[in-house]
Design a protein. Structure first.
Length: 337
């Protein structure tokens, strides 16, 4: 056992079931995370536990019921598939494990199994291509919180981001090529949104606005989520030959107005108002189908587009268990050897 390397894949997590109580418990764990709702403790407790969760849980539970399949939540189903396929690809020098930042399988439970396996080395690989404190940062903090108490702390390798990995880009490009891009009036690259203040916090001067994040990644902005989302987009658009005037980068799932702009739902409505009939939407912050892609883009944006005169919003399937995505993860792990 000792010569093996343990690989810990981490995804965001999903409720145990679409019931209101399981969704409430999931939202409560998720939104009480100080890296997600980054306001003072008392304000967060009041806002999250007395306002957001009680009102949101019943509504979100209805939406989760639509998302649920015979295999359960797509996020968990595909994360497990990826774990199995990555294990096959890496072979028996590695043990691949999967944990979720929120709910199950939990990071403490999975790490306890890994502690007992006594690995000389552990590679921690969050399934988020672009770094954000609310996703990657939170997952890594939780891993470190648990491992810091171990008597034996093994060699640890942490992969913070891979927004420009050639196989990450190629995987999404292959998903895009399943559609005839020329048939579409416009292409959206819709990323999960973030509060602007969270993006600003990666800078010494506290201001993303002082950097040219829409056009370049530099030493100063390399952990700026906005900059890496734009960088992923440039690489994907170049690979697929989509000219700049034919696509828009936008940010979805906002909780309030001070989140990254332009907002995806507004861009969708504007496309329809301009007379566009068919739009294609990539969502490359997510590596598996989930509520935010299947329902928010596939159903809610479809309704918005239709309401304003558009016809079809086509969501590009996420990487899910695509072989090129598995090759990307395999390369990220082997690089750490
Ligand atoms: C790119 C990864 C993600 C970041 C960054 C992120 C930030 C973030 N999210 C919320 C609030 C919610 N997100 C919800 C669902 C959700 N979020 C991500 C990924 C990131 N979130 C995924 C993959 C999912 C879907 C999970 C699934 O089960 O399919 C939800 C729950 C759904 C809902 O009620 O709308 C909330 C709430 C915040 C506040 C935030 C950063 C500040
Ligand atoms: Fe989210
Ligand atoms: Fe920035």
């Amino acid at each position: 056992m000792k010569n093996k390397t343990g690989v810990l894949l981490i995804n965001l997590g999903t409720p145990d079931s679409p019931s209101v109580s399981d969704v409430r418990s999931y939202l409560s764990q998720f939104l009480n995370d100080p890296r997600v709702i980054d306001i003072p403790w008392l304000s967060r407790k009041i806002l999250v536990n007395l306002i957001i969760v009680p009102f949101r849980a019943p509504k979100s539970a209805k939406v989760y019921s639509k998302l649920w399949t015979a295999n359960g939540s797509p996020l968990l189903y595909y994360s497990n598939r990826v774990k199995e396929l990555l294990q096959q690809a890496l072979g028996n020098e590695f043990d691949v494990h999967l944990a979720m930042r929120y709910k199950n399988p939990s990071i403490p439970d999975v790490l306890e199994k890994m502690r007992k396996a006594n690995y000389a080395k552990i590679v921690v690989l969050p399934m988020f291509p672009q770094y954000a404190s609310a996703s990657t940062g939170s997952a890594l903090e939780e891993v470190l919180r648990v491992i810091r108490k171990w008597w034996v702390i093994p060699e640890l390798k942490v992969i913070s981001q891979y927004y420009d990995h050639p196989d990450f880009i190629e995987g999404f490009a292959q998903r895009g090529r399943q559609h005839n891009i020329n048939e579409y009036d416009h292409v959206l690259f819709s990323y999960h949104g973030l509060p602007e203040r969270q993006v600003d916090k990666v800078y010494a001067d506290g201001l993303c606005a002082n950097h040219d994040c829409e056009h370049e990644v530099t030493e100063e902005n390399k952990f700026c989520y906005k900059a890496t989302c734009y960088a992923t987009t440039r690489l994907l658009a170049a690979k697929l030959g989509i000219p700049q005037e034919k696509y828009t980068v936008c940010f979805q799932s906002r909780l309030d107005e001070k989140w990254l702009k332009p907002f995806s739902d507004v861009v969708v409505a504007d496309c329809a108002k301009k007379g566009m009939k068919k739009i294609l939407v990539f969502s490359p912050a997510f590596t598996a189908d989930c509520l935010e892609t299947v329902i928010e883009i596939g159903e809610e944006y479809q309704e918005i587009f239709h309401k304003h005169g558009g016809e079809k919003v086509q969501l590009v399937e996420s990487l899910n268990d695509h072989p090129v995505w598995i090759r990307c993860l395999q390369d990220l792990v082997l690089r750490e050897r």
